[in-house]
Write a protein that binds this ligand. Structure first.
Ligand code: 5AD
Ligand code: SF4
Length: 446
């Protein structure tokens, strides 16, 4: 027996998908803290296992079922073990999850996890619990206050949820619901609280974060205003935001990239395709040219900005020429980093329901490989170009060797130094001397 208190229960959370799920997992763990749970790092020692899931592509959703399959023996060995499924698979599949995996005790969607403690209690009485509502009440207002414990230097903060864009391929408008922004003052107070607990960098999160319009004293604040107000918080050194739609990149937000020092020079701005025909079929409501023009304006405001994007290859109807247009756009933008995916038809989305002819599997695979090679080349070149440059690093963790410390540069590169004077939470200037596979190394200046 361990020496933990008799009423302490152990919670194992596994998080899939985007950063918004990472934030939600933190909040779920904190709210279950009130029911006596502490987090553990392996499912074997848990009294409750919670999978916070992603439904964006078929593979992501299927992973959940294979992971659940692995817990069968644990449940047989310990019938009191509770198993929960949260997140977007929970929202999309609801009771179907319990039909496919009867050992699941509770299913909770991303908008109703403030009800998790009650659901956990119900599941404890041998019942199952299902909640995939889009409730009227704001879950953030109903969650327990965040604990006062010291925090790691970089934190996520969800400010906006849901999406009204309805890209033809995407499940998010259905799993996360309509666009909602958290009131500005609530965001400010959560941010101040994080800073008091040691946070130096905040990444503002939203499925469509640049559409943020949080209520403030009878009016609203857009994202640029929120960033400028956050920049006034003493002790907060860095602000980032993700993820954005090109059509919501308004003038004041572009300007903030030029004049707000705490806003980091890194922008994730997905375009999905370089072909206007495909962009139209995707219901993106912008063209390749308007995207390129936007990038030009952002670069005029902040010339050293690092750009990142998302791409889908093999969308129904994509020809070789359409794909080449994507390759051309990638060459023109020159990304610091980018994610690319093979189109995955998602139930309930317009693209899947139309049942348009899928691009041949091998053709799509080859396109994906070519695109990824190009992106890797650009990523490599951007990283290698850091050699000899001085960057700011926020140190977040110790490395594998003695005195080794790791952190992130303003451009989101992982940077390592070996220096006994560096403390976690410090921001130091570092001269980059080497570019490795996935990180840079350098020496601390001064
Ligand atoms: N198939 C493949 N990729 C998708 N994405 C979203 N939906 C799909 C889908 N059905 C990608 C988009 C989006 C990122 C988060 O995931 O590129 O920007
Ligand atoms: Fe999905 Fe498009 Fe909304 Fe992004 S903007 S979450 S891709 S519907």
């Amino acid at each position: 027996m361990s020496d933990t208190k008799a009423n302490t229960k152990k919670l194992y959370i596994k998080t899939y998908g985007c950063q918004m799920n990472v934030y939600d997992s933190e909040r779920m763990a904190e709210s279950l803290g009130g029911s006596g749970y502490v987090e553990v790092s392996s499912p074997e020692e848990a009294d409750m296992i919670l999978l916070n899931t992603c439904h964006i592509r078929e593979k992501a959703a299927e992973k959940v079922y294979s992971e659940l399959g692995r817990y069968k023996d644990l449940k047989i060995a310990n019938p009191d073990l509770k198993i929960g499924v949260a997140g977007c698979v929970a929202q999309a599949e609801g009771a179907e999850i319990m039909r496919r995996q009867p050992m699941v005790d509770l299913v909770v969607g991303p908008q109703s996890y403030h009800r998790l403690p009650e659901m956990e209690a119900k599941a404890g009485n041998g019942q199952t619990a299902l909640d995939t509502d889009f409730p009227e009440e704001d879950k953030f207002e109903h969650l327990k206050a965040r604990p006062k414990a010291k925090r790691a230097p970089a934190a996520f903060l969800t400010v906006q949820e849901g999406c009204d864009k309805f890209c033809a391929f995407c499940v998010v408008p259905y799993t996360r619901g309509a666009e909602v922004s958290r009131p500005a003052e609530r965001v400010m107070s959560e941010a101040r609280d994080l800073v008091e607990r040691g946070v130096r960098e905040i990444t503002l999160l939203g499925q469509n974060v640049n559409a943020y319009h949080g209520a403030f004293e009878g009016g609203t604040w857009g994202l640029a205003k929120l960033i400028r107000e956050l920049a006034k918080v003493d002790g907060l050194e860095r602000i980032r935001f993700t993820t954005s739609h090109p059509n919501d990149m308004e003038d004041d937000l572009i300007a903030a990239h030029g004049d707000c020092e705490k806003l980091m020079p890194y922008l994730h701005l997905p375009v999905q395709s370089g072909s206007d025909k495909i962009l139209k079929a995707m219901n993106r409501k912008h063209t390749a040219e308007s995207y390129l023009h936007l990038i030009e304006r952002i670069r005029a405001a902040r010339p050293d900005i690092a750009l990142s994007g998302d791409f889908i290859v093999g969308f129904p109807g994509e020809t070789d020429a359409d794909f080449e247009a994507t390759m051309d756009l990638v060459r023109e933008v020159n990304y610091a980093s980018a994610y690319s995916f093979k189109y995955s038809p998602r139930p309930g989305t317009p693209a899947a329901e139309k049942g348009d002819k899928m691009v041949d599997f091998d053709v799509a695979s080859e396109r994906l490989q070519r695109l990824q090679e190009l992106i890797t080349q650009q990523q490599r070149a951007f990283q290698d170009a850091m050699i000899g440059r001085d960057v700011s690093v926020l140190f977040e963790k110790t490395g594998r060797q003695a005195d080794q410390m790791g952190g992130k540069s303003e451009y989101l590169h992982a940077v390592h130094v070996t220096d006994p004077t560096v403390q976690i939470g410090e921001m130091r200037r570092v001269r980059i001397i080497e570019s490795r596979t996935n990180s840079l190394s350098g020496v601390v200046l001064g």
